[in-house]
Design a protein around this ligand. Structure first.
Ligand SMILES: [Zn+2]
Length: 299
């Protein structure tokens, strides 16, 4: 029997899981050594723990980064620099019994959503994972669209510069000034909330509670984030005519606060449409999205 295994390569943890029936049934994890050879060794050991000895398996791997055209390895991964230019797929394929495929981490989360989450309701959508940065994955007609090197759906680096004047807002991690993730990632929303409320300890859930209670300072952070997300989604709509944006990562919990300004902005930007044409929904998958989606990369 062919088993399905997913790997989630994160900046701090390596997670490996064997998946069956849409669930992670056996799992193993360890810290991420920031050295390529050591990381391969640790992954090989974790895979051995989750697969019955001698049995064949497919290995789908979610990685935060952009790949070369043949998808053999990462050419740019800001949080895992030791992976840049390394032969990730060939080295993992040396694990006995493994057939390997790599996928961008946000694309993998979108694939999980398509197979096991909101994909049961929506045929085509953009999934945005909102955390330290903003990742994106594109599902078109039920299938994952990754592009040539896995860069498709990089929603966080679409430009939102015209959403408002960026007075107190430093450039994006990618070096550009107006990416929408500088307004709408969880980290940047938290930073702005701290600066504006004068509370250096406040976290996003508390800021969200204040906004729901009508605190206009807290509300301003989410309204800006919503407008920036809408500015970016309007570009996606113009390119692909999508109607559905699914928010995952930590941002699932603030969908209610960003949805209004987000859809307002999309309608303002896209002629001939009304509010009823767009859906902003939240992911229903919890922390296993990375493993579930990675395990679904191979047929
Ligand atoms: Zn950027």
């Amino acid at each position: 029997m062919m088993h399905r295994v997913g790997i989630d390569i994160g900046g701090t943890r390596l997670k490996v899981g064997r998946v069956a029936g849409g669930k992670v049934i056996v799992r193993a994890s360890d810290d991420t050594p920031h050295d390529f050879d050591q990381m391969i060794d640790v992954l090989a050991r974790l895979v051995e723990k989750v697969v019955p000895e001698g049995e064949p398996f497919t290995l789908g791997v979610g990685v935060p980064g952009v790949f070369d055209a043949e998808i053999t390895g990462v050419v740019d991964s800001p949080n895992l620099r030791f992976l840049d230019g390394q032969p990730l797929r060939p080295r993992l394929a040396e694990v006995p019994g493994a057939e390997v495929r790599l996928g961008n981490d946000a694309s993998v989360a979108a694939l999980a959503e398509a197979r096991y989450g909101k994909g049961q309701e929506y045929d085509s959508f953009l999934l945005a994972t909102i955390g330290t940065g903003i990742g994106g994955g594109l599902i078109l007609g039920g299938e994952l669209w990754e592009g040539v090197g896995g860069m498709a759906g990089e929603y966080g680096h679409l430009s939102a510069a015209s959403a408002f004047v960026p007075e107190d807002i430093p450039p994006c991690g990618c070096g550009n000034p107006g990416c929408l993730e500088v307004y709408a990632s969880a980290s940047r929303m938290t930073d702005r909330g701290r600066a504006r409320t004068g509370d250096p300890e406040i976290h996003l859930p508390d800021l969200a509670e204040r906004a729901r209670a009508g605190d206009t300072v807290a509300m301003s952070v989410f309204e800006e984030a919503g407008r920036a997300l809408g500015e970016g989604f309007a570009q996606v709509v113009h390119l692909l005519d999508l109607r559905v944006l699914v928010l995952g990562g930590g941002a699932g919990a603030i969908v209610d606060l960003v949805r209004g300004p987000l859809i307002d902005k999309v309608v303002e930007r896209c002629a001939g449409r009304s509010h009823a044409d767009y859906v902003v929904d939240r992911s229903i998958l919890a922390n296993d999205a990375g493993l579930l989606g990675a395990s679904a990369l191979l047929p």
